[in-house]
Design a protein around this ligand. Structure first.
Ligand code: FAD
Ligand code: NAG
Ligand code: NAG
Ligand code: NAG
Ligand code: NAG
Length: 555
């Protein structure tokens, strides 16, 4: 009995079965096409037993351009956060979009497995893991040669598994570059677009999810769909900031602009938080001031300025700078960057920059600056990574906490958190900078506070053994909990960025009034709840037919 008659039979019974059968038919599973041949079978989807060796052989028998491995899954059982170890059953190294689609269809129709697309595995709480499921190693998926289109609206087409650093290197060859970044570039396109991609350019260009023209998605049903603002726009918006819940980003069209050659990189210090935040807010309200605005908090550290000197920042007045003493006070560093192309442009910049700086109220002796190439600046965290790796301090637990805090509550937050709850930043940086989201696309899945201006506050510690004198994982987790409890008790409309929750109640509260839409879209694009189980939002529904009608359940 051929596929056509299977379809006819299923249509008679139920629309859902039609869909499942199309999946079966399209994925050409040997011996599966005659499932409907016996009308007396009450459950037409008579799934094979979930015996692991059967799953092995059924996955092995798929016709792929890439390959699947079942051994050596260690690397895909962890992430950068280094707190969870959950090995998958198998890893797919796809060589084409159709590999991804074939595997998704197979998994949805004949197994109860989950699937996690894995970018560079730089998640923090297991979001890119699939315990006993299938991990798709997105970096194996080749880019279409990183195709650059130069024109009125320049763009580049890349694979969802491409690292941003590679995109930068390629696009720079044509004098172009993406506009909006993350602080660290050894992350993949699919990984950051599933969150937002926020850095010091976001006040001007929006986050990375605002700088995408088109996506190619393999949905949870295995369908390959091209989408954009105009075409299949619901899927487009769902996937952006969608925590990997709706589909796998196999290709993305990223907007490009002219790339500068050099940047002037400036740091100044404040001891008064309200002066610091007022100046940050002032700078992000001006489109033509700086190209990048960030900042960080310095708690209980001495010798900060000497550290800057050793990283090639020079003080505008060395005598005064050498006399500066923090006396252990909490300090706030404003960090800004101006792009430039030639010395001539730089001297023009310098005049503008001086004027801008004269409007600010930092501690005058603490003005430091440096001039580096654009790529050196953008890839700055990689330099820090190399140093940490050399000291064995990269592959340690990272109990990071990223919060989005409405402007109206930031003084209150800073007062309690930077001068109370958090007693040092010896374990890693604490970033803080405002953005104005009024120009950001409001239709994506990203959840932000309800005010135009909010701050990103990122606690980025590395846990070390207590014996080494620093704070250990337990201490840092307790500290995070105290910060979160404070926000909750103070009833701040704080949202987590790169969110992680344990309970259904917390996820609902994270999404607020947008929960229904999120859940509805999940039901539509990944009805069996196959994708990104590590986010811990939805539970995988059984592939058996009896549950297909109400498959999505909360965890
Ligand atoms: C050192 C460091 C610095 C960082 N700096 C910033 C920063 O400045 N700004 C910022 O916004 N973030 C930052 N991040 C966070 C980073 O954006 C997220 O951790 C991101 O998830 C990591 O990307 P990845 O490619 O490693 O994704 P992974 O961790 O592999 O995946 C993240 C999630 O997305 C899903 N996913 C991955 N690829 C795809 C795909 N192709 N299609 C659909 N879903 C997919 C995964 O299943 C998972 O749920 C930083 C992280 C690190 C470790
Ligand atoms: C999937 O899980 C359901 C419910 O536990 C079970 O009835 C079914 O046999 C499983 N299917 C496979 C293929 O393992
Ligand atoms: C696992 O990661 C290590 C370190 O990055 C690498 O050397 C090794 O080849 C990886 N193993 C597999 C099976 O991918
Ligand atoms: C935020 O941006 C919008 C649109 O550009 C602007 O009208 C508004 O004044 C800005 N808000 C602040 C506080 O800068
Ligand atoms: C500040 O750090 C020093 C170690 O550098 C430590 O001895 C001291 O207790 C810390 N102070 C506070 C208030 O945490």
């Amino acid at each position: 009995m051929g596929p056509t008659s299977s379809l006819r039979f299923c249509k008679r019974n139920n629309k859902t079965f039609l869909r499942i059968f199309m999946i079966l038919v399209l994925s050409c599973i040997p011996g599966r096409t005659n499932l409907c041949s016996n009308p007396s079978v009450s459950t037409p989807i008579d799934l094979p037993p979930s015996n692991p060796s059967d799953i092995h052989s059924s996955l092995d028998s798929l016709d792929l351009e890439g390959y699947i491995i079942f051994h050596d899954v260690h690397n895909a059982s962890k992430d950068f956060g280094n707190r969870y170890q959950l090995p998958p059953l198998a890893i797919l190294h796809p060589k084409s979009v159709s590999d991804v689609s074939t595997v998704m269809r197979h998994i949805g129709s004949t197994t109860n497995l989950t699937v996690a697309a894995r970018g560079h595995g730089h998640s923090l709480q297991g979001q890119a893991l699939a315990h006993q499921g299938v991990v798709i190693n997105m970096e194996s998926l080749p880019s279409p040669g990183i195709k650059i289109h130069k024109g009125k609206q320049s763009y580049v087409d890349v694979s969802g598994g491409e690292l941003w650093i590679n995109i930068l290197r390629e696009t720079l060859k044509t004098g172009l570059s993406p506009k909006s970044w993350t602080d660290y570039l050894h992350l993949t396109v699919g990984g950051t677009l599933s969150n937002a991609g926020i850095s010091g350019q976001a006040f001007k260009h929006g986050p990375q999810i605002n700088n995408v023209y088109q996506l190619e998605i393999v949905t949870g049903k295995g369908e390959v769909v091209t989408c954009s603002q105009k075409r299949n726009s619901e899927l487009f918006h769902s996937v952006l900031g969608g925590l990997g819940q709706f589909g796998i980003i196999t290709r993305a069209r990223i907007s490009l602009g002219p790339a500068p050659h050099m940047v002037k990189w400036i740091r100044v210090l404040y001891s008064d938080f309200s002066a610091f935040s007022r100046d940050q807010e002032h700078l992000i309200s001006k489109d033509n001031a700086f190209d990048y605005v960030e900042g960080f908090v310095i708690i209980n550290r001495t010798d900060i300025l000497n550290n800057w000197r050793s990283s090639s920042f020079t003080p505008s007045d060395s005598t005064k700078a050498s006399q500066f003493k923090s006396h252990g006070k909490t300090l706030y560093c404003l960090e800004v960057v101006k792009y430039f192309n030639s010395e001539e442009a730089n001297s023009m910049n310098n005049q503008e920059t001086e004027k801008l700086l004269s409007e600010l109220s930092y501690i005058p002796s603490t003005l430091f600056s440096s001039e580096v190439t654009y790529i050196e600046f953008l890839d700055r965290v990689h330099t820090a990574e190399m140093k940490l790796r050399a000291k064995g301090l990269w592959e340690v637990p990272h109990p990071w906490l990223n919060l989005l805090i409405p402007k109206s509550r930031i003084l209150n937050f800073a007062d309690k958190v930077f001068n109370g709850i958090v007693t040092s930043n010896h374990n890693g940086p604490i970033l803080i900078y405002p953005v104005n989201q009024s120009k950001w696309n409001k239709h994506t899945s990203l959840i932000t506070p309800n005010e135009d201006i909010f701050y990103l506050v990122a606690f980025l510690p590395s846990a070390v053994p207590k014996s080494s004198g620093g704070n250990d994982l337990e201490y840092l987790l307790r500290q995070n909990q105290r910060v979160l409890s404070f926000c909750e008790e103070a009833n701040m409309d704080v949202k987590q960025y790169l969110p992680h929750y344990e309970t259904q109640r917390e996820w609902r509260s994270h999404f607020g009034e947008r929960w229904e839409t999120f859940a509805k879209r999940k039901h539509k694009y990944d009805p069996l709840g196959i994708l990104a189980p590590g986010q811990r939002i939805f539970r995988r529904a059984s592939s058996s037919s009896s549950q297909v009608s109400h498959p999505i359940q909360l965890l």
